[in-house]
Design a binder for this molecule. Structure first.
Ligand SMILES: Nc1ncnc2c1ncn2[C@@H]1O[C@H](COP(=O)(O)OP(=O)(O)OP(=O)(O)O)[C@@H](O)[C@H]1O
Length: 241
């Protein structure tokens, strides 16, 4: 079953002589329960890809489908609700609310949707990310790795169909970053969560089932069962290093 699909997605910013083609006909299907990394040189279209996949940016042409829902057919309100209810986001900067404790940060998306958190599910999510002993703390009282765990719990609390991660370990040291990547891979393997992650780091990409490479807005290949060495080798051929 396909969780997310991009079909011939093209995104052009600007007009006339100054127009930039950020994505140039990208077709990708993510199976449910897959963990996919997206890599590519700077300016290759990774952020644009993620923003189109998330319904944050509208493709100039082509289609984005979340399950059976064509995002192109939705108005702004429906897109906002879809992003809130059906997609989880994790960023390099954890984007937690400093004045709220861990429980209130995790349950924020539910409260914004006017829903109560089911205590059993909240406990389950906190356990999955390993933050049960910090539930009453504020973000400033947590390490970077703990803050990212809270952000992952917040992303999971709505039971999203797809988790979109933008450089989730970019601000973490190697050891803590590894723990967060193991957590993401564990979620995929044990709960069937679908994850799409943009990264510059071949080690981070190696935690995914497969890596998609972008170059000049086009798909420039993929790698199944990636290792850091194989990923770095591909990036070298794309002219990144
Ligand atoms: N809002 C915008 N207006 C005009 N051009 C844009 C806009 N956003 C992105 N671009 C251009 O589209 C191309 C792809 O950008 P994008 O940010 O998707 O690349 P990226 O692979 O994420 O890069 P990086 O790794 O440096 O973050 C670049 O040439 C960029 O300058």
């Amino acid at each position: 079953m396909r969780a997310l699909g991009l079909e011939a997605v093209r995104k052009v910013y600007g007009r006339g002589g100054g127009a930039v083609t950020a994505l140039d006909g990208v077709t990708v299907g993510l199976e449910k329960g897959s963990f996919t990394a997206v890599m590519g040189p700077s300016g290759s279209g990774k952020s644009t890809f993620l923003h189109c996949a998330a319904g944050l940016d509208k493709p100039t042409s082509g289609r984005v489908l979340l399950g059976d829902t064509d995002l192109g057919g939705l108005n702004e309100n429906a897109l906002t609700a879809l992003r809130r209810d059906r997609i989880g986001f994790i960023f390099q900067a954890y984007n937690l609310v400093p004045s709220l404790d861990v429980v209130r940060n995790i349950t924020l998306p539910l409260r914004l949707a006017g829903r109560e958190a089911d205590p059993g599910w909240l406990r389950e999510v906190a356990t999955r990310v390993g933050i049960t002993d910090r539930l009453g703390h504020r973000p400033a009282e947590l390490s970077g790795g703990q803050q990212q765990r809270v952000a992952i719990a917040r992303a999971l609390v709505t039971r999203p169909e797809v988790l979109l991660a933008d450089e989730p370990t970019g601000a973490l040291d190697t050891r803590t970053g590894k723990q967060v990547l193991e957590l993401l891979r564990g979620l995929v393997d044990t709960t069937g969560q679908t994850v799409l992650m943009v990264t510059h780091d071949p080690v981070a990409a190696s935690y995914a089932h497969s890596v998609l490479f972008l170059a000049d807005g086009r798909l420039a290949g993929s790698l199944v069962s990636p290792t850091p060495e194989k990923v770095a080798d591909r990036m070298t051929h794309l002219g990144e290093w």
